[in-house]
Design a protein. Structure first.
Length: 368
């Protein structure tokens, strides 16, 4: 059914003025923690050590570019061992990060679940800030680093904790589900979190006739189309996925009717109506592994197509992809700096973290 209402900052006359605080405080670096810069020369030893890694990305990184990145990749992998660190990378990270330095890759749900199992002292989150916050919530005793704390998200920036309180006043007793693409401050105000992998399951688990679902209006619309629960939505959108259009997809089909099209549920409904499959980034990857289409259009962030093609070179990718400017703030260079200097550390007020953790853990426990 269609969503039953959609609200945004302009719908509350008594809303506190101002935007969500997206400025990040970098925690001070403990004395003596900075390591010296390693050599970044392209040597025969580096070539030998990184050859198995190049094999993983040879279909998406030209040989001429490899000597430029391999020394940094090698240095990162050495430093990871020295620091006792693990690197978690989202599916939208560039192939040289996703396939060559990450220990664990995946969608938001997989990364959250894996964060609960990390034994290493240091987690370097290659993704956006809300993902690093989620890792810190689930593993509060670890040092969680994000190589560039300005890596935000248009969805997380669309809503504040105060907005959630106003929604609760307007709809007393209606449970609130927050997409993990929100700040810890918002997670602390809601009943449970969800990701694009489990959004319908989470909404239905509440056994309520109506649910407030925030902040993505398009994911809310997708969920509403899959359940009888009435969905009250927020006016947020992903700046990457909202730019795709149904017309764009139709032109791919007209050019080749055999093409397969798969899309992320953050896309507008006219885009999803044209897709052969809709799912989270992990569900999309699993679909490609199972179906092995000859020609494929992936309606999501560009690096996903590169990461899948690195693994499945026989699948020809047509590329109407959009880059996420926030995901692309993470680079080999700032991952190296992060490991050298232990910056930028993600910190969350402990009282707020306790409330936010509850919403994320409630979602994770639903799986079991
Ligand atoms: P996934 O949970 O599907 O990986 O999505 C995260 C995200 O930010 C998509 O834009
Ligand atoms: Fe946020 Fe969209 Fe970037 Fe995902 S792709 S991190 S939802 S801005």
């Amino acid at each position: 059914m269609p969503i039953t209402g959609i609200y945004g900052p302009d719908d509350f006359a008594n809303r506190p003025q101002g935007q969500p605080d997206t400025s990040r405080r970098a925690a001070p670096v403990p004395a003596g923690s900075t390591l010296p810069m390693p050599s970044l020369e392209w040597t025969p030893a580096v070539e030998r050590a990184t050859a198995p890694l190049y094999d993983r990305v040879k279909h998406v990184i030209p040989p001429i570019e490899w000597p430029l990145m391999a020394p940094t990749i090698h240095a990162i992998n050495e430093l990871k061992r020295a620091r006792g660190a693990v690197i978690l990378a989202h599916n939208y990270q560039a192939p040289e990060i996703f396939h060559c330095v990450a220990d664990i890759g995946g969608d938001s749900l997989q990364l959250a679940v894996e964060a609960t199992k990390v034994k290493a002292d240091v987690i370097v989150q290659c993704g956006v800030h809300f993902m690093a916050e989620t890792s810190k919530l689930l593993n509060p005793d670890k040092t969680v680093l994000i190589p560039d704390s300005r890596a935000g998200c248009s969805l997380a920036a669309s809503i504040t904790g105060a907005d959630v309180r106003l929604l609760r006043e307007k709809f007393p007793g209606v449970p609130v589900v927050a997409y993990v693409n929100t700040s810890a401050e918002v997670k602390a105000e809601v009943d449970i979190c969800c990701t694009s992998s489990n959004a319908v399951q989470v909404v239905e688990s509440l056994n309520a006739p109506s649910v407030i679902f925030l902040p993505d209006r398009y994911l809310a619309t997708y969920v509403a189309s899959k359940t009888d629960v009435k969905i009250i939505a927020w006016k947020g959108a992903c700046e990457v996925h909202e730019r795709f259009t149904g017309e764009e997809l139709r032109s791919f089909r007209e050019a080749d009717p055999s093409v397969q099209i798969i899309a992320h549920p953050e896309c507008p409904p006219d885009v999803l109506a044209e897709a052969d499959f809709t799912g989270s980034t992990a569900h999309m990857i699993n679909w490609v592994r199972a179906k092995r289409p000859r020609r494929l259009v992936m309606i999501t962030e560009c690096s996903m197509a590169d990461n899948v093609r690195a693994e499945l070179p026989d699948v020809e990718m047509l590329r109407p992809c959009n880059l996420c400017p926030h995901m692309k703030r993470i680079t080999l260079e700032n991952i190296l700096q992060s490991l050298l200097t232990l910056r930028e550390e993600v910190t969350i007020d402990p009282a707020l973290a306790q409330r936010a953790r509850h919403s994320v853990e409630r979602m994770i426990n639903l799986r079991n």
